[in-house]
Design a protein around this ligand. Structure first.
Ligand code: C2O
Ligand code: CU
Ligand code: CU
Length: 471
């Protein structure tokens, strides 16, 4: 292999090792004892000002030292010094305005993943904030309650910027969700999952040529390695987001108990799904209720990742059941109905592939060209997209994400998707040789948006295309 191929091989392994043939890896020499630090919760960002129907926030992107490994300092790229970024809480119908100031020495573009926003506020990869500049993004929040997330999207830099810390959660709520009586307050917690390659001294290593993928090594939950979380013996709601570059997490409780998945990328599912395994690939979200009332106080309950690669241990998080608590939360049998998008008028096909000869990642045979439009959907007209992963010779999974809209997964290789995927989705996995059909209807805004593989090493290598939504 020439240098380019080696480089490419390095960035494709995320794929390699997380194919259905999961390999158990040996315990890595992790610098931190598992379950030795308490799981933090990212701070909720306070508005700089509130106006009727609108909250204004200020965030500064800057380098900051944080403690990831106990007793060590790690310099990361942050929003306001927080790793991961602070959580923004929003309400449907109330506008959020975020003024972002870039005090890093690299350009950045802030994208609200899953957000239904105007193109000039979408953080298009070419529409960057230069070092020293500021810019204001407007999020109208005219969409259903969902766990969105914000992250850097500067073309070619997004993989490293997100790896170094530029990611945070954005929890949008609405009355429909609040009415359900789900666990809330201290019983509703974010779990931002990712991998990190950390040196003994705490240095965060970014090596795009690493054959195991740049983010292998230590599993971080909300920025700390395999932490523990004291819980009460009652129901909790976990807002899980995979903010890693290329990692897959297939989460199971070690004792085999069930979890209740109530939501996915674009918000609540039509009905709860009782399951032993919750799967989140890069950029996907899962809304999961775990009922700890079945455990006596004193129990330790382990959450494992069963999709291992790159030397991680299965350890993700340990719940320590430390007390009894009242629980008046519920998980109703009906959550939020799924609206019908209507009959599709157009079908488009997208083939995702890796070209070993050039080391490039392609969609329909091409890399991203900001001056090219790859599809021109009409506003309000439903479309079917057939997305095929053509990488069967070297089996590399890909993910697929479109900006602006939540879609529905119709089928995978002609078979209806699993129950947890029968909701509003903005990101999906496509396994080697698989074809996934989705239905999407772009609404409200015309203009230019991107779609791409969300394995960030792939999108940074231009596995991305452009939409022009036409009136
Ligand atoms: Cu998470 Cu183009 O986005
Ligand atoms: Cu997005
Ligand atoms: Cu990909």
């Amino acid at each position: 292999m020439n240098r380019r191929q080696v480089l490419a091989a390095g960035v494709l392994t995320a794929g390699f090792a997380s194919t259905p043939l999961l390999r158990a890896t040996s315990r890595a020499a992790a610098p931190a004892e598992p379950f030795s630090v308490r799981m933090p919760v990212p701070p909720v960002l306070r508005p700089a000002a509130r106006l009727p129907g609108c909250a204004i926030y200020h965030l500064t992107m800057r380098e900051a030292p944080v403690e990831i490994l106990p007793g060590r300092h790690t310099t990361v790229r942050t929003f306001d010094g927080s790793f991961p970024g602070p959580t923004i809480r929003a309400r449907r119908g109330e506008t959020v305005i975020v003024r972002q100031t870039n005090k890093l020495d690299v350009p950045a573009a802030v994208h609200l993943h899953g957000g239904h926003v105007e193109p000039q506020h979408d953080g298009h990869p070419m529409d960057v904030i230069a070092p020293g500049d500021s810019r204001t993004y407007v999020y109208p929040n005219r969409q259903r309650a969902a766990a969105l997330w914000y992250h850097d999207h500067a073309h070619h830099l997004e993989a490293e910027n997100v790896y170094r810390g530029l990611a945070g959660l954005y929890l949008l709520t609405d009355p429909e969700e609040e009415r359900l009586g789900l666990p809330r307050g201290e019983y509703e917690l974010p779990l931002l999952l990712r991998g990190a390659n950390l040196a003994e001294d705490g240095t965060l290593i970014y090596d795009a040529t690493d054959v195991q993928g740049p983010d292998h090594g230590t599993t971080l939950v909300n920025g700390r390695p395999t932490p523990y979380l004291p819980v009460a013996a009652r129901r909790y709601r976990f807002r899980i987001a995979n903010v890693s570059s290329g990692h897959a997490y297939v989460l199971k409780l070690r004792d085999g108990s069930e979890m209740i998945q109530i939501g996915t990328d674009g918000g609540l599912l039509p009905e709860p799904v009782r399951t032993g395994a919750v799967s989140v690939w890069s950029a996907e979200r899962a809304d999961v209720v775990i009922d700890f009332s079945r455990y006596p106080v004193g129990s330790r309950v382990y959450l494992d990742n069963t999709a291992l690669f790159g030397g991680e241990t299965r350890d993700v998080l340990r719940f320590d059941v430390v007390r009894e608590a009242r629980d008046d939360s519920r998980v109703p049998e009906r959550l939020v109905p799924l609206e019908d998008l209507g009959p599709a008028a157009t079908t488009r096909t997208f083939a995702l592939s890796f070209d070993l000869a050039t080391g490039r990642y392609l969609i329909n045979g091409a890399v991203f060209d900001p001056d090219r439009v790859d599809a021109r959907p009409r506003l309000g007209v439903p479309e079917i997209w057939e997305i095929t992963n053509s990488d069967t010779r070297i089996p590399i999974p890909h993910t697929f994400h479109t900006h602006l809209e939540q879609f529905r997964i119709l089928d995978r290789n002609g078979v209806a998707p699993p129950a947890a995927e029968r909701g509003r989705k903005d990101t999906l996995t496509v396994h080697p040789g698989e074809t996934v059909r989705i239905k999407v209807r772009f609404s409200t805004y015309t203009g230019r948006y991107v779609f791409h593989c969300h394995m960030l090493e792939h999108s940074a290598h231009a596995m991305m295309g452009q939409l022009q939504i036409e009136p």
